[in-house]
Design a protein around this ligand. Structure first.
Ligand code: COA
Length: 338
């Protein structure tokens, strides 16, 4: 989609945070029937960070990542107009964004959660860009944070080897139209395949109220469930189509892309997508060997690392794609303007 805009939007700064506890593949091989070799060969993951300290939560991680992004932007938290927290693992079913707002002292900001699993950060950037490009807001904090470790069945080798916890944040700021850095996007959802990857809610008992006036269903969320093979096939077939459509709408050729930043799910998925687009592997930004799949956090975590490593230069074109539960997937193309 090509945007018609009143003012430009650009990513000003990034920040990230991960828990201290590092769990290596060898340690997982002591709790489920797996091996370091299997995990590295099939996924590229070597270790992941897991939240285990009682005093830490998704709010701690999201706030820390945000404070670092604010510091890197030399920005006062009171200047933030809006906070979008992309997460599927909030501390409170009503959302956690408001608590992040309070924690970082961004008292002038409206704050809400956005739930779109591993596509959440891409949707967060696009949502923020709408508020800026239509002239409503000037400074928006977009956070991708997830603590899926609390929804994993740690006896299921099909899933427990894949995921890790973390948070990443970006500050998106308004700018002149000519400096616009959020160029366009392409988004998709296929709810018919929702069962391939979910944390389902199960109704398991009925409460009868006094005098049997009401029967009320109650239950609880179950563990994360995934059909790995189907999710793999979905990602490698659909993500290249989304990227191609988005680039075409912007008249950008794949060879003019400097960086491919995909949701960090599996090294084989990253390579297969790059292959289908004829984008060279050395343009892939990846750090999933250290963090595994951190869901909504994976893209901003990898972006922050690439910025710190000074890989990304001014005016570089970065193709960012998220994919996952929903099923939801999509692309945003940005040009780095700092
Ligand atoms: N360790 C060792 N063996 C394992 C294993 C593990 N952790 N997990 C599965 N296996 C076994 C299977 O039981 C199977 O054994 P079998 O042939 O005796 O039945 C064998 O390894 C092959 O399993 P398969 O599911 O075909 O492996 P795969 O090559 O498809 O890799 C995934 C599995 C999960 C790594 C891969 O399907 C994947 O990455 N899918 C996408 C997941 C994803 O990205 N999800 C998040 C999207 S946001």
């Amino acid at each position: 989609m090509v945007l018609s805009i009143l003012q430009g939007a650009r990513i000003l700064a990034t920040g990230s945070a991960v828990p201290d506890l590092c769990v290596k593949n060898e340690e997982l091989s002591k709790i489920v029937d797996t091996s370091n070799e299997w995990i590295v060969n099939r996924t590229g993951i070597q270790e992941r960070r897991i939240l285990n300290k009682k005093e830490e939560s998704i709010i701690t991680l999201a706030s820390l990542a945000s404070i670092k992004a604010l510091k890197n932007a030399s920005m006062n938290p009171l200047d933030i107009d809006l906070i979008i927290l992309a997460t599927s693992s909030p501390n409170d079913l009503f959302g956690s964004a408001a608590q992040v707002q309070a924690e970082i002292g961004a008292y002038n900001a409206v704050a809400f959660d956005l739930t779109a699993a591993c596509s959440g950060f891409v949707l967060g950037i696009i949502t923020a860009a709408q508020f800026i490009q239509n002239g409503s807001y000037h400074n928006i904090l977009v956070i991708g944070a997830d603590v899926l470790s609390k929804w994993i069945d740690w006896s299921d080798r099909n899933t427990c080897i894949l995921f890790g916890d973390g948070a990443g944040a970006v500050i998106i700021q308004s700018c002149a139209k000519e400096d616009n850095g959020i160029l366009g996007f392409q988004l998709n959802t296929n709810g018919k395949e929702a069962h391939q990857l979910s944390i389902p809610y199960e109704k398991n008992y009925i409460i009868k109220t006094r005098n049997d006036i009401l029967d009320i269903n109650q239950g609880q969320f179950k563990y994360l469930h995934m059909n790995g093979k189907e999710v793999y096939k979905f990602a490698v077939s659909q993500v290249p189509i989304s990227i191609s459509k988005c680039l075409k709408s912007l008249n950008i050729l794949p060879e003019h892309v400097q960086w491919l930043l995909l949701h960090q799910a599996n090294k084989r998925i990253l390579h297969a997508v790059a292959n289908r687009l004829s984008i060279s592997f050395n343009k892939i930004i990846s750090n999933l060997n250290k963090y595994g799949n951190t869901s909504a956090a994976s893209i901003p975590l990898a972006l922050d690392e690439a910025i710190k490593d000074k890989k990304i230069k001014k005016d570089d074109i970065i193709v960012i794609s998220g994919f996952g539960a929903g099923l939801t997937w999509g692309t945003v193309v940005i040009q780095w303007k700092c």
